[in-house]
Design a binder for this molecule. Structure first.
Ligand code: UD1
Length: 417
């Protein structure tokens, strides 16, 4: 396992360029199965999670050719329909490939994804949507086999606006007979990006970004090239890095419209944000104010920003309260912050954070992707040296993280394990 060594306290400032979105890239990569041809993708981040998707596509018979700033995926020779168990286990969100396989080939086999670092993460909403579309599902010994002859458009009412279930329902129904309607759909910008990608391929989807999505099945889809949207969680992470350091930064290739609650909370704390089309400039005063946060489905405050804000709030005088409503086990990183001198009490869904004057360098463990990033933020302002172990979690989701941080002035090095 690799680790980061951070010497805190250096002045951070400058310009950072945001990479393509992880959570938009993953379903778009799954969607490349649907044209049974070539897709050229720009702005896909080079991170562990996209690599895993490529590995799975290759194991199914697809080819992936990486050029400087683009990836060319050819899915014309896919002739296997089983997602290898070891790869499925490594990346739970690979379940999104099932929608691509079912949509195009009408069959897919995969193992039941287990719990993960932030919660149990069941998939019954995905399976219910598949069943609604007429897909047969056989479950035996942890393996799930899905198959059908025809997919017929139907009305799917999701019990909860699950991002993955919405994406899987879209992927499965693009090439169906008739019209599929998804009610109570997730509204995330990444779902709009998926719709835009598929419509460019020739699909007929409307409504993404609202809770009502309509998909009119088409007979076939064509080759396409597409530029993936910027990563809104990476954008939020760097905004909070500036805030925790009480410094000024320019975040480029960022769309502030995708993170309105994050922008609002930073402004409520006293940060000054200047928003332009593809850029956000943040100026942070020495003194920040406490805030309260409740994570909610989009357009509410994103759960993926929760740990990052908790790290920031540990340095703000007074008491802040954070409520995590999406995942049941998303506070494991907090005990690591406590090792650094933070005052955080967890009661069920609620974290009570009392700001401290100083955080101190310590040996800590990344417990998940965003929790790991929260420790990097804390380390950047801590007195002394912070050693973060298990940084593989962080590498899953942040492209060139260390290079970007060093460019801003952070004293950070990686020790490969
Ligand atoms: C996506 C994001 C993840 C983000 C999450 C919520 C990707 C690759 N990942 O994950 O970064 O944190 O949205 O914004 O885009 N649930 C069920 N049954 C289901 C499906 C989900 O109970 O069948 C629950 C989950 O356990 C969780 C909640 O619904 O508590 C939200 O999950 P969901 O929106 O599906 O998240 P993901 O698509 O897994």
């Amino acid at each position: 396992m690799s680790e980061y060594i951070i010497k805190g306290g250096k002045k951070l400032e400058g310009i950072v360029n945001i990479s393509g979105s992880k959570n938009a890239s993953l379903p778009i990569i799954a969607a490349t199965i649907l044209n049974g041809g070539k897709s050229t993708l720009y702005n896909v981040p080079k991170i562990h999670d996209t690599e895993m998707m490529f590995e799975i596509l290759k194991s199914l018979g697809g080819t992936v050719e990486k050029k400087k700033n683009k990836v060319i995926i050819d899915t014309s020779k896919i002739d296997k329909f089983e997602i290898p168990e070891n790869l499925m286990r490594q990346m739970r969100s690979s379940v999104i490939l099932v929608g691509g396989l079912l949509g195009k080939h009408r069959k897919a086999t995969f193992s039941y994804p287990g719990g993960c670092d932030i919660g149990t993460r069941p998939i019954e909403l995905h399976l219910k949507a598949f069943e609604k579309l007429g897909i047969n599902i056989n479950k035996n010994y942890g393996n799930i086999e899905c198959f059908c002859d025809r997919i017929i458009g139907e009305k799917i009412d999701l019990d909860f606006p699950s991002v993955g279930a919405t994406e899987n329902a879209i992927l499965t129904s693009c090439l169906a007979d008739g019209i599929t309607i998804i009610n109570n759909a997730a509204r995330e910008p990444e779902i709009i990006d998926l719709q835009n990608f598929l419509n460019k391929m020739g699909a007929k989807i409307k409504g993404a970004g609202s809770s009502h999505i309509e998909i009119e099945g088409v007979k076939q889809l064509k080759d396409v090239s597409y530029n993936v949207m910027p990563d809104r969680i990476e954008t939020g992470t760097f905004l909070c890095l500036a805030a925790i350091n009480r410094s000024n930064m320019i975040i480029e290739n960022a769309d502030a419209n995708h993170i309105t609650p994050v922008v609002d909370k930073l402004e409520e704390m006293g940060c000054n944000l200047k928003i332009e089309k593809n850029q956000i400039e943040i100026k942070t005063p020495k003194k920040l104010k406490t805030i309260d946060i409740k994570t909610m489905p989009y357009p509410g405050f994103p759960t993926d920003m929760q740990s990052i804000f908790v790290a920031l709030l540990t340095t703000v005088k007074g008491t802040s309260v954070v409520v995590e409503n999406i995942f049941e086990n998303r506070y494991r990183f907090a005990q690591e912050l406590v090792r650094m001198g933070a005052k955080i009490t967890i009661e069920g869904k609620t974290a009570i954070i009392k700001g401290v004057k100083k955080l101190y360098g310590a040996s800590v463990n990344a417990t998940d992707l965003r929790g790991g990033a929260a420790l990097v933020l804390a380390g950047s302002v801590a007195r002394g040296t912070t050693k973060i172990e298990n940084i593989e979690y962080i590498l899953r989701g942040y492209e060139n993280f260390i290079t970007k941080l060093q460019k801003l002035g952070l004293d950070i090095e990686m020790i490969k394990g």
